[in-house]
Structure formats: structure tokens, C-alpha cells
Design a protein around this ligand. Structure first.
Ligand code: MN3
Length: 199
């Protein structure tokens, strides 16, 4: 079963000025497309071919590094495109907001923790909001790892993620990763984060 490159629910221009159209187009049609095709190349003709992406992630320690890197890249970008949207959506509410308050004390505390994780992740990687045993935690992972992987320091279900590879922001922000992370708050699709929280 070949994995397919997802279609975005918005145009490449739609996230401007926070994320520019050229970055979006290259990120989706080059980077994400390459992870997808390289993942398919790594699993085709093997017993991995029948697994879901979540099943592959859960057993990643026993799988080839190409599946870790490209399967992670496939999964992570699918999540990333879904948890951002033009104009974002209103702040979290309901059970998600309650869970954020319970776990971090306040929405502001969570935002500070997530921003810190994103800004301080050394080199390429991701920062996450993770559902772990009915609690929310912030983590970060190197490269294309994610919290679904059995090798992750913090394991659980990612419900929000930010790509901090330079390819996600360099054309617009150059070395200014903190500016990109700050802009990300304007784009978060809290409805989608809440949907993932409820599972
Ligand atoms: Mn990326």
C-alpha cells in the first residue's frame, strides 16, 4: 500500500505573511513529496508494506533508518499542514483548554514552554504538544523523529507540532527561528488540535 502525498486544504499563498508561498510550495512539493516517495521506496515489497504509518512509527526501533527518517517526515508534515490554517482559529476552548490549564497552569505557560522547545531544539527537528497518559506535555525531537516512535524520549500522541528545520522558514526568516515560531501562533488551527486531542 503506497502512501500518498496529502493535498493541502488551502493555497500556498494562504498563510502569508507568516509563512510565504514559495516556502510552502517547496516544502510541500519537494520536501514532503521526497519523504513520501522515499518512504514508499523503503517499504515496497517488504512486510512493512501492509502497515499503517502509526504501526510503522510504533515499531521504528526495529526498522531501517530510511523508514524512520522518511516515515517520520511523511507523518510529521501531514500533521503540520493540518494544524495550521489561514488566519488560524480562535484560542483553544472546552476540554482542550481545561487540559492545557491542568497540565501547564495556563495557556500562556504552555505557549512559553512550546516556544522554548521549538527555539532551543538544536539543529533540525520538531517541537510538540503531546497527549501522554491523559496529560499534556511539551517535547521536541531531532530530525524527523516524533512522539509516536518507540525511540522518542517523550512518547505519546502528538496533537500539535512545529517544523523547525531551516527549510520551513529560511527563505522568509533566514536565521531568525524565534520570529518564525512567534508567527506560528497566528496560524494554529485549534479546532484540528482539539479534534486530535479527543482522538
Ligand atoms: Mn519540513
Amino acid at each position: 500500500m503506497a502512501f500518498e502525498l496529502s493535498k493541502l486544504g488551502y493555497d500556498y499563498t494562504a498563510l502569508e505573511p507568516h509563512i510565504d508561498a514559495r516556502t510552502m510550495e517547496i516544502h510541500h512539493t519537494k520536501h514532503h513529496a521526497a519523504y513520501t516517495s522515499n518512504l514508499n521506496a523503503a517499504i515496497t515489497g517488504t512486510t512493512m508494506d501492509t502497515k499503517t504509518i502509526e504501526e510503522l512509527m510504533a515499531g521504528i526501533s526495529a526498522l531501517p533508518v530510511a523508514v524512520r527518517n522518511n516515515g517520520g517526515g511523511f507523518y510529521n508534515h501531514n500533521l503540520y499542514w493540518d494544524v495550521i490554517a489561514p488566519g488560524g482559529s480562535p484560542k483553544p476552548e472546552g476540554v482542550l483548554l481545561s487540559a492545557i490549564n491542568d497540565s501547564f497552569g495556563s495557556l500562556q505557560n504552555f505557549q512559553e514552554a512550546f516556544t522554548k522547545a521549538a527555539v532551543t531544539r538544536f539543529g533540525s527537528g520538531w517541537a510538540w504538544l503531546v497527549l501522554q497518559n491523559n496529560k499534556l506535555v511539551v517535547s521536541s525531537t531531532p530530525n524527523q523523529d516524533n512522539p509516536l516512535m518507540d525511540v522518542a524520549e517523550v512518547q505519546g500522541t502528538p496533537i500539535l507540532g512545529i517544523d523547525v528545520w531551516e527549510h520551513a522558514y529560511y527563505l522568509n526568516y533566514q536565521n531568525r527561528r524565534p520570529d518564525y515560531v512567534n508567527a506560528f501562533w497566528n496560524l494554529i488551527n485549534w479546532d484540528e488540535v482539539a479534534r486530535r486531542f479527543k482522538g
